[in-house]
Design a protein around this ligand. Structure first.
Ligand code: ZN
Length: 288
């Protein structure tokens, strides 16, 4: 199943269109996309038997994040060897570096991102796993059954702010407005032949910058669920940004950062693609 947030309403892709879940279920399920993860098993059961033939064209309706308001966002650093190397950090072995991206930075998959004055804005395409069942002390072998589905994320970063304090705290510099686009759709795990081996990448103005496979993750999705859920509760609708392959801007010689007018396209096999436009933040926006 492929789930979309269509103008703030939970929808299922069907045929060449979309079905509004609230309407098709006769009000059984809320239109709010975030709420479905609380009732994920019930939703899967309903969807398996629902008549989804009565779909409407998506048209030019705006697509939002399929997980607009998670309680917790986990983001994993240095989870591909070549990216750890280009970042100048040691490769993690027993403990993945974990930070958060604050929820206010989430947007849909196709928004314009403002570049603040003095920022070095960088890109990181990432597989994003969304929790579908509460997880505490879940071992890796059972982890996929706790995942609702997979989507695409960009872990956009201001490298200046990310590294500004004496003990670098990544979260603020990765949480400016629009720095956490997610989408375009959530694809349930059963749709993938091998959810542990998906190609992903991104391009700027048509130049490919990153390319990798999720089979290259140092800590796989199941291992991340095991590691995190051994320490705290993963709630339905929480998201895990699983880390980025090599090819980010700070790893280029010389470093390259996003500029006014750039277009960033990110893709993952079996999920699709999303596009961000970048624009220098205007003086008026700064005052507002
Ligand atoms: Zn990242």
């Amino acid at each position: 199943m492929r789930i979309l947030n269509v103008e703030g309403r939970l929808s299922i892709e069907s045929g060449d269109g979309v079905v509004d879940v609230n309407a098709a279920s006769g009000g059984k399920f809320s239109a709010a996309p975030q709420e479905i993860y609380e009732r994920w098993d019930e939703f899967l059961e309903w969807a398996a038997h629902a008549d989804l033939a009565d779909h409407s064209p998506l048209g030019d309706r705006a697509i939002g994040s399929p997980v607009p308001q998670p309680r917790q966002i986990f983001a994993i650093g240095l989870n591909y060897r070549a990216h750890a190397d280009e970042s100048g950090f040691a490769r993690p072995s027993a403990h993945p570096p974990i930070f958060t991206k604050f929820v206010s930075s989430i947007t849909g998959p196709n928004e314009t991102v403002a570049i603040p004055a003095g920022a070095n804005v960088d890109w990181e395409v990432e597989l994003v796993a969304v929790i579908g069942r509460q997880a505490k002390n879940v071992v890796a072998a059972d982890a996929w059954s706790h995942i609702a589905g997979l989507t695409i994320g960009q872990d956009i970063s201001d490298r200046v702010l990310q590294m500004a304090s004496p003990a670098p705290q990544f979260s603020l510099g990765k949480s400016l407005p629009g720095f956490t686009p997610i989408g375009p759709r959530l694809v349930t795990v059963d749709e993938f032949a091998d959810p542990d081996d998906l190609g992903l990448g991104c391009a700027i103005n048509g130049d490919q910058m990153q390319e990798g496979r999720t089979s290259q993750l140092i800590f796989s999705v199941p291992q991340l669920v095991e590691y995190i859920s051994a320490r705290l509760i993963l709630y339905p609708g929480d998201v895990i940004f699983t880390g980025t392959p090599s090819g980010v801007g700070l790893g280029q010689t010389p470093p390259r950062y996003l500029r006014d007018g750039d277009e960033l396209v990110s893709w993952i096999d079996g999920i699709g693609s999303m596009t961000q436009a970048f624009q220098t933040q205007s003086e008026t926006a700064l005052i507002a």
